[in-house]
Ligand binder design. Structure first.
Ligand code: SAH
Length: 273
């Protein structure tokens, strides 16, 4: 919808090139409007974790790195150890009711969460830097809080899409040890989210999986929008050159239909494979 509107504006814009002077002023005005239209999708990931270094390698390479460079995604990390009032920098304690392991204390996490929400207004410098990087105005911030938990709602592509459409900021709370004091969820109203039916040692990998999947739903993150598998007829069976691969005396051929280039037939094949 927005894209169609912008396209129409561009057409009007280019038609006006041949017009007389008053119209030329109008053309410049329209150009400015196009340039400063609010960006429909961008995302700031706020990650609360006692192991922020775990994210380093993944976010400093490939598509996620490029998306940061182009300004459409941004990361901030917050370590409960940095704000804990405990003099030994402790962030965990024994569970009430007994049982094995330790539980992450609520207060440091809540203090961080509150500060993130309180600082929700972008500084003028942030706004200028965003316009310079993307050519668009920044949208009003809207926050979603997610608490990673193996017992939570299952994460899906649909969840990733909704997050991008409805929010500008996602706060991830990563658990460690036995998990997090439940009052964090009660106070922050966080959504409990699981990435699958298995238990990890911490929420960091789960947050990274979600960051990756959410990011690819943002305009401009994937070089080619057609790469969004869920938007087209696609198959999990795929081939590239050579058309015939020889391995230990046997020939493995690419299915004939894919080589022949009849798009209707290719779509039909992809639906069934
Ligand atoms: N004893 C807990 C497991 C804690 S695992 C239990 O059985 O429920 C430690 C942390 O890892 C959790 O607090 C959560 O943040 C994260 N985690 C583990 N498995 C996860 C999963 N499948 N999805 C999302 N987060 C997970």
């Amino acid at each position: 919808m927005v894209e169609q509107l912008l396209f129409k504006l561009c057409v009007v814009n280019s038609n006006l090139t041949q017009c007389t002077k008053p119209f030329l002023i109008k053309r410049r005005f329209l150009f400015c409007f196009f340039f400063f239209a609010p960006y429909n999708k961008d995302m700031h990931f706020h990650i609360i974790t006692i192991f922020p270094n775990l994210f380093d390698s993944y976010i400093s390479d490939s598509i996620i790195k490029r998306a940061q460079d182009s300004g459409v995604i941004q990361f901030s990390f917050y370590n409960p150890r940095d704000v804990t009032k405990n003099k030994h920098k402790k962030v965990d304690d024994i569970p009430y009711g007994g049982g094995p392991g330790m539980v992450m204390m609520a207060e440091p996490i809540i203090d961080i969460w509150e500060k993130i929400i309180k600082d929700r207004n972008d500084s003028v410098l942030d706004k200028i830097s965003f316009v310079l990087k993307t050519g668009h105005l920044k949208k009003k911030r809207k926050f979603k809080t997610i608490l990673l938990s193996p017992g939570g709602e299952k994460f899906t592509t649909e969840y990733a899409k909704t997050t991008v459409t409805e929010y500008t900021d996602t706060i991830f709370i990563c658990g460690r040890y036995e998990g997090i004091d439940s009052r964090v969820q009660q106070i922050t109203n966080a959504e409990l989210v699981s990435i699958g039916d298995y238990v990890l040692t911490g929420g960091e990998l789960a947050a990274m999986v979600m960051v990756d999947s959410i990011s690819r739903q943002i305009d401009g993150v994937l070089g080619n929008k057609g790469s969004l598998e869920e938007e087209r007829v696609s198959s999990h069976e795929m081939y590239t050159r050579p058309a015939e691969l020889k391995y230990r005396g046997k020939t493995y051929s690419v299915p004939e239909v894919l080589v022949n280039g009849n798009h209707a037939k290719i779509d039909e094949w992809r639906k069934n494979h």
